[in-house]
Design a protein around this ligand. Structure first.
Ligand code: ZN
Length: 291
């Protein structure tokens, strides 16, 4: 079976044809439309998939946001704002004439990362730390998505009741502190207005405030990992995303996690996949759905 996998992110839309041995045989990418309206997304998806879909037998979509029964809902309106209740699977099936499935992009990435883990690992959590913070939970070898698609949205668990308001509406979510957007929002004085990438560059030079901002993110993530260990009894946590994979970040997370009691310790790994985890995980999910 050739799967047309589609990854819908806040900055780019990617599509690939993926064969049954998970080889990417064709790939395309376009920017996410600036105007995040249903019409703009429909047009962009049409442009993206039209050259590809005649080769495919099935569609698999990974998207930012909450996916329930093939419908996309934004949990943080700052990511894909304006798209509430967009019928992803229905629209793409009507466009291509193909059946399909959809899931959250971090859930998909969890599935792709789990494929890389040795067979002794039955319980695993994937966390992506990027513009936002997302995750996916593998329990007893299977991805858990939840009846409402919300399982694994660990970026929206509480990190600090006195922290900043998160895009989802809660106060003090992990995402509001540890994410790239959270790091940038907390920057003051000479770092004010810089993005997370620039702040990491300053931290690498030893700039005191930048170092503290990165440490605050890593410490918040370590506490989240301890919480996830308690909730899921995971044997391994895999960390990805542009912040999660930034040089030196995971070792800082490890440093803070090591300060927690022994029962919260869990092995930490950097994500194996870079930009294609969502596409590959969606294809894996489709293969599982078709069995
Ligand atoms: Zn939140």
């Amino acid at each position: 079976m050739i799967v047309l996998a589609i990854d819908i992110g806040g900055t780019k839309l990617a599509a690939a044809l993926i064969d049954s041995s998970l080889r990417i045989v064709a790939r395309r990418e376009i920017p996410t439309p600036a105007s995040q309206t249903p019409d703009a997304l429909e047009n962009a998806l049409r442009v993206l998939v039209t050259p590809l879909y005649s080769e495919a037998q099935y569609i698999a979509i990974a998207s930012t946001g909450i996916i329930q029964d093939g419908v996309l809902t934004s949990i943080n309106p700052a990511n894909l704002g304006g798209l509430s209740h967009f019928p992803l699977v229905q629209y793409l099936s009507a466009l291509t004439g193909l059946p399909g499935v959809a899931l959250n992009d971090a859930q998909a990435a969890a599935l792709a990362e789990y494929q890389q883990a040795p067979s002794r690992i039955r319980d695993m959590v994937f966390i992506t730390v990027s513009t936002g913070v997302g995750g996916g939970v593998i329990q007893d070898g299977k991805l858990v998505t939840g009846s409402g698609g919300l399982t694994g949205h660990c970026g929206h668990t509480l990190a600090d009741p006195h922290g900043p308001r998160c895009g989802c509406g809660r106060i003090g979510c992990v995402e509001a502190i540890a994410s790239g957007r959270g790091i940038a929002a907390a920057a003051q004085d000479e770092l004010s207005g810089l993005d997370a990438k620039a702040i990491f560059a300053h931290a690498a030079q030893g700039q005191t405030q930048a170092v503290a901002l990165v440490q605050r993110s890593a410490r918040t993530l370590a506490r989240l990992i301890a919480d996830l260990k308690a909730l899921t009894d995971c044997q391994r946590v895999v960390v990805g995303g542009s912040i999660g994979l930034a040089e030196g970040y995971l070792s800082q997370v490890q440093h803070y996690l090591a300060q927690e009691p022994a029962v919260y310790q869990v092995e930490l790994y950097s994500a194996h996949h870079r930009s294609d985890a969502g596409l590959l995980g969606a294809a894996l999910w489709a293969q599982g759905s078709r069995q």
